[in-house]
Ligand binder design. Structure first.
Ligand code: NDP
Length: 429
């Protein structure tokens, strides 16, 4: 039986970890080849992905462990350059699995395409005309992408808003039509863009106006994923801090973030620290996910916390996260980049919806990881200890020297490149 609980993984070397994954049968031979290859993304493939290619830019790929989500085990690939994120997510996932694991759910995967119409003689009449043509516009959108309809998706709703209705300026008054499209397992940007571009001539003819923008919205608030965890305080106790103290600190930290954008942005960065690495590892568009998540955090008119932390009637800490998740398991570069194919195999998700749910669970874990450190010993102790190895490498250490110098810097409580260089000089003598 597959498990994401792999004690001692942290202490293995890279080779041992790779071999263990193969032994566990969670990586096929084809994908193991990529893992063991010096150049998983070939220059030739890279040159076909973007323009003006001169090389590739590898990132560390770590595994978030211990994730139990809806009673299913997940080994979570995370592509990230920042130390401590993978360790922190795995640490919290271990606590949450003891408490029964994460529970997640999702709405249908409905993306939004926008069409901007200006210059109509009578904006209200044009809006009404568009609304009257709703069904034929939905049908026309689906004709532009019949394969999606065959898969059970396609355009399913349409509405129109009049922006800046009281303005006299031809530059500010405009109609914005939304077409809502179930994009199945694709993120759907190209699908939706194809649809809205195909609708533009009909929209102009119906409104007698001019269409300018025809493009996907990165705020897909009908494509949401939700994660929840309930943790008894006994599992939160930390050196010198009772579980109740940690629980209350987390709730106070949440209230701080939800009331203050200066804190919210950092709090949310911590949540995205969990989500982005999974988005990147699976070849998804992290700019789209980032943009949607931050806009969603401002949906109530002020920018607040993405996560919510509270105490239930039994005294448990309850964490919740709901975000738009415009990610896919097909399309874009997902089936082009060998490492994203490997990541999806490791995750073993059956749909884009399931992938989005894993991502919000990791985001929730990561947020709690940061808050738990912040309300106890502070973020620096653990973070700098893990960062010390990067500092040693930055100072020029290699091989065994990295761990030796990192250990000495931690003991000296002085984790800086200058200190690492001093220690390196001593070893070189
Ligand atoms: P694609 O253009 O690759 O479309 C996905 C394709 O996957 C579909 O055409 C479909 O082809 C095929 N497919 C196979 N199986 C399925 C399935 N189960 N469900 C759905 N489709 C399936 O990618 P997207 O439309 O997803 O667009 C994503 C890309 O667009 C990303 O690279 C993103 O960076 C980029 N982008 C983002 C923008 C933004 O965020 N604002 C704007 C523009 C582009 P078929 O049905 O024919 O087999």
């Amino acid at each position: 039986m597959k498990t994401s609980r792999i004690p001692g993984f942290y202490n293995m070397d890279v080779e041992e970890r790779r071999q263990l994954l193969q032994k566990m049968n969670v990586v096929s031979d084809e994908h193991a080849d990529y893992l063991f290859s010096k150049e998983p993304l070939s220059l030739d493939t890279a040159d076909h992905m973007v323009e003006n290619v001169i090389g590739t830019f590898p990132l560390p790929l770590g595994l978030g462990l211990n994730f139990l989500i809806n009673n299913k085990e997940y080994i979570v690939p995370m592509a990230i350059e920042e130390p401590s994120v993978v360790a922190s997510a795995s640490h919290i996932a271990k606590i949450v699995r003891t408490a029964g694991g994460f529970k997640t759910e999702a709405t249908d995967r409905v993306m939004i395409g926008q069409i901007q119409v200006v210059g109509c003689e009578d904006m209200t009449a044009a809006k009404d005309a568009l609304l009257s043509a709703r069904d034929e516009l939905i049908a026309a959108a689906n004709e532009a992408y019949p394969s999606l309809v065959k898969r059970g998706g396609g355009a399913e709703d349409f509405d129109v808003r009049l922006l800046n209705a009281s303005s006299d300026s031809p530059y500010t008054q405009m109609l914005i039509a939304h077409i809502y499209v179930n994009t199945c397992d694709a993120m759907g940007a190209n699908i939706v863009n194809t649809m809205v571009e195909s609708l533009a001539p009909s929209v102009e003819s119906i409104t007698k106006g001019k269409v300018y923008l025809r493009i996907l919205s990165n705020l897909p608030d009908r494509c949401l994923a939700r994660a929840k965890c309930v943790i008894p305080p006994s599992l939160l106790a930390s050196e010198g801090f009772s579980g109740e103290e940690v629980r209350d600190g987390v709730v106070l930290a949440y209230e701080f973030a939800d009331s203050d954008p200066y804190r919210a942005v950092t709090h949310n960065k911590g949540t995205m620290n969990g989500i982005d690495p999974v988005v990147i590892a699976t070849g998804n568009d992290w700019r789209a996910v980032e943009a949607g998540a931050h806009a969603y955090a401002a949906r109530h008119g002020h920018y607040g916390s993405m996560t919510k932390w509270s105490v239930d009637q039994d005294g448990n800490l309850v964490g919740e996260l709901e975000l738009p998740m415009s990610v896919g398991t097909v399309g874009g570069s997902i089936n082009v980049h060998p490492m994203s194919k490997l990541s999806l195999e490791l995750l073993d998700v059956e749909s884009a919806s399931e992938l989005g749910q894993v991502m919000v669970a990791v985001g929730l874990a990561q947020n709690l990881g940061a808050l738990k450190a912040l309300v106890t010993e502070g973020i620096q102790k653990g973070h700098m200890a893990l960062h010390s190895r990067s500092v040693a490498v930055a100072a020029g250490a290699t091989g065994e020297m990295v761990d030796m110098i990192s250990k000495q810097m931690i003991e000296a409580e002085d984790i800086r490149v200058g200190k690492a260089q001093q220690l390196l000089e001593v070893y070189k003598r």
